[in-house]
Design a protein around this ligand. Structure first.
Ligand SMILES: [Zn+2]
Length: 417
């Protein structure tokens, strides 16, 4: 295998090991709409200091100019997709990661020894990738050697050298108050999704995953990165945060919230979901469902949205591209790991089954405004009454239209003849 190809494969494998550091945060209450105290919501100014490291003679990953071109719009040779553009587009203008927000790329590289001590006297061995200690050393260096007060920046991102010093693609503290830190692999700095993911952790987001069947059979297992639709999933395809994470940040809003109190069984509700981003997108774009008509399912919230391949969702993989996606989160968890339950294309009908709500989702056709989606919660697995005007089993056929009723009619006719 070519060394470059080997390196790429290694980086891709290392992504599976991307980890997060849980900060000590206090969860508030167990109410369905609770958010962590201090969690940024709505308008967010991401005043960030970006620091490149050269460790034990390795690095830096790139030049400050190329780094700025990947991060900011309007730089010389800016990439077609920048982190600034991604935050702005995915947040409907709420999140500001820009020069005018005070973001800076340090023009000098910070040198770090193969081994040494932090300003606080803690010893470190750089071969073990002690990224927290490196950030302490880097902060001290930029302050006392370069004259940049790192404490003026709420967010600090450290670009570690490319290569095998660190076995991850990125790292970020999950939730932080005034001192927020994230680390980016020197192999992945050119992907805005890597930055969005780690800064997303700083913004109190956990991972986006899904349940996958075990190769050995039996029960499926939650895989924390296996959500092709959310930037809190795996690297590196360009895509916004998924519906529950965007809702957590106050960027996406619900066009309706359904529960048994306002969502009668056997009655179809019809909506047009605008695309998450791109032309005709709106920030009021998701449907929340509390499946409280079922005991075990009541422990979850559902979110539905439409993900069209446009703008910063243009990189959506085929599994979720141009599809209506359903997510679940545990009720009462204000920093949830999100689960992608199903992704559906036009003219498909599906009944949610993993959690057991049996919520019926019927995706219709796309119009200029968005994708038609119809929802129904069943009363039963068959038509109970053939004359009540309801679709008791939510299969799309009401009363006599349903084969359940036709069978009964046929039988009774036979008996009569
Ligand atoms: Zn992560």
């Amino acid at each position: 295998m070519q060394p470059a190809l080997q390196r790429l494969l290694w980086v891709l494998l290392a992504l599976a090991a991307v980890r997060s550091v849980m900060a000590n945060e206090v969860f508030v209450g167990a109410a369905r709409d609770s958010f962590v105290a201090g969690q940024p919501r709505g308008q967010v100014t991401l005043k960030t200091l970006v620091i490149q490291l050269q460790v034990c003679g390795q690095g830096p990953a790139t030049t400050p100019e190329k780094l700025a071109a990947a991060l900011f719009e309007g730089e010389a040779h800016s990439q077609p997709e920048t982190l600034q553009g991604m935050f702005s587009s995915c947040s409907y203008g709420n999140a500001d990661f820009s020069r005018s927000a005070g973001c800076e790329v340090v023009s000098a590289t910070v040198p770090i020894d193969c081994s040494g001590k932090t300003p606080w006297g803690a010893p470190f061995d750089s071969l073990t990738c002690p990224y927290t200690e490196w950030s302490d050393v880097a902060n001290d260096y930029v302050k006392h050697v370069l004259g940049i007060n790192w404490e003026d920046f709420k967010y600090k991102v450290y670009v570690v050298p490319p290569g095998e010093l660190c076995s991850w693609g990125g790292m970020g503290w999950v939730g932080c108050k005034s001192d927020c830190r994230a680390w980016i692999s020197g192999d992945l700095w050119m992907f805005p999704t890597t930055w969005m993911h780690e800064l997303g952790h700083n913004l109190y987001l956990n991972h986006a995953g899904s349940f996958q069947p075990l190769s050995s059979g039996g029960n499926s297992q939650y895989i924390a990165y296996k959500d092709d639709s959310g930037a809190m999933g795996h690297c590196c395809s360009t895509r916004c945060f998924n519906a529950p994470h965007s809702f957590q940040l106050g960027w996406s809003k619900a066009l309706d919230s359904l529960s048994k109190g306002n969502f009668a069984a056997g009655e179809w509700r019809s909506y047009v979901l605008p695309p998450r981003v791109g032309p005709s997108s709106k920030d009021v774009n998701l449907i929340r469902v509390s499946p409280d008509w079922d005991g075990p399912a009541a422990a979850y919230n559902f979110f539905l949205e439409y993900r069209k391949a446009a703008s910063y969702d243009a990189g959506l993989l085929p599994s979720v591209r141009d599809k209506v996606t359903l997510y679940s989160t545990p009720v009462g968890d204000s920093m949830p790991f999100t689960t992608l339950e199903v992704a559906m294309g036009q003219n498909q009908i599906s009944h949610e089954s993993r959690i057991g709500s049996h919520l019926a989702i019927w995706v219709g056709s796309e119009s200029a405004e968005g994708m038609r989606v119809n929802l129904c919660r069943p009363l039963s697995d068959h038509e109970i009454s053939c004359s009540d005007g309801r679709d008791d089993d939510c299969d799309g056929f009401i009363d006599e239209e349903d084969s359940d009723c036709q069978a009964r009619t046929t039988t009774s006719r036979k008996l009569l003849s």
